[in-house]
Design a protein around this ligand. Structure first.
Ligand code: C2E
Ligand code: MG
Ligand code: MG
Ligand code: MG
Length: 286
């Protein structure tokens, strides 16, 4: 029979599948518990206005302190949160925690929103209630979404974007350039901001093609009244190029890594950024 013919390799395969199934199940249970027990934390990465050199906002990035396993990065658990639906509770926690933390600082706040969160009915209503609760102004919040949300049901996504815009909540399209967004689509989406994916930004110096893509994306966005953020700015050569192209905002390790709140306020208080040459002096707003 077929089973006997493949012999041990069949066996090995099922054992491997079994282990992965168990790992996955353990992680799901641990995530569920982690949410209840407050094992999540947020790190904040500053965003700099390239015209003024000032820190104008931060992006909240989720971390999970998994017991016995150290700090887990989003690529180790976000997909599982999304697939199990736990992202709804986790996402609500992220929004509340971040708004409460940033409220008293003169900064805008960017929060990543998963497709499931975005497509949940009455997103704008629920957000407005939360903002009202925490006393966080709607126009200081920016939701970062990916093209994925538009792929499932474009008409509904566009309706939700208009709904958000009418409440003054801004939306940024994240990771631009890695998916399949057409210019046609870009034109139809009421977006406030576009974030050029770090893949293009990192290779700005070495790839003429990527430099051309970044440059023309910035021009196109400005024609469409869309603000441009470059993510993945790792050094000042890239930052100077972006400034020359007229890019509005820069974010990346070359400016500052994502930091826990305590370290963020320390960083904001220091007037210069050690990792950058003396040519730039950031004037943090606080
Ligand atoms: P993203 O929203 O595109 O966030 C930018 C990612 O690039 C972050 O990774 C950040 O640490 C990293 N990064 C920033 N500057 C640089 C740089 O100069 N060079 C390089 N190589 N990387 C840089 P992180 O924190 O691991 O987050 C990964 C992704 O997980 C995020 O990508 C976002 O899609 C997702 N994510 C994070 N937090 C949340 C959340 O609260 N909710 C949801 N739904 N997704 C989240
Ligand atoms: Mg993002
Ligand atoms: Mg991104
Ligand atoms: Mg990403």
């Amino acid at each position: 029979r077929a089973r006997e013919a493949t012999g041990s390799s069949y066996h090995f395969y099922t054992a491997d599948m079994h282990d992965r199934g168990i790992d996955r199940l353990n992680t799901e249970v641990a995530l569920y518990r982690g949410l209840e027990r407050g094992e999540f934390e947020l790190h904040y990465q500053p965003k700099v206005d390239l015209r003024t050199g000032q820190v104008m906002g931060v992006e909240a990035l989720l971390r999970w302190n998994r017991p016995g396993m150290g700090l887990q990065m989003p690529d180790q658990f976000i997909d599982i949160l999304e697939q199990t639906g736990l992202i709804m509770d986790a996402g609500d926690w992220v929004l509340r925690e971040a708004c409460a933390a940033i409220r008293s600082m003169p900064l805008s706040l960017a929060v990543n929103i998963s497709p499931r969160q975005f497509m949940h009915p009455n997103l704008a209503d629920r957000l407005m209630r939360m903002l009202d609760d925490i006393q966080f102004p709607a126009d200081r919040l920016e939701l970062e979404i990916t093209e994925q949300i538009v792929v499932e049901d474009e008409e509904r996504a566009i309706a939700t974007l208009h709904d958000l815009a009418s409440r003054g909540i801004r939306v940024a399209l994240d990771d631009y350039g890695t998916g399949f967004s057409s210019l046609q689509r870009l034109k139809r989406l009421p977006l406030h901001t576009l974030k050029i994916d770090k893949y293009f930004v990192i290779s700005l110096v070495t790839s003429k093609a990527d430099a051309a893509i970044v440059r023309s994306t910035i021009d196109l966005c400005h024609q469409l009244d869309i603000n441009v953020v470059a993510e993945g700015v790792e050094d000042d050569v890239v930052m100077e190029m972006l400034r020359g192209y007229g890019c509005d905002v820069a974010q990346g390790y070359g400016i500052c890594r994502p930091l826990a709140m305590g370290r963020l306020t320390e960083w904001m208080a220091s007037s210069t950024v050690a990792s950058l040459s003396g040519r730039h002096t950031f004037r943090p707003v606080r």
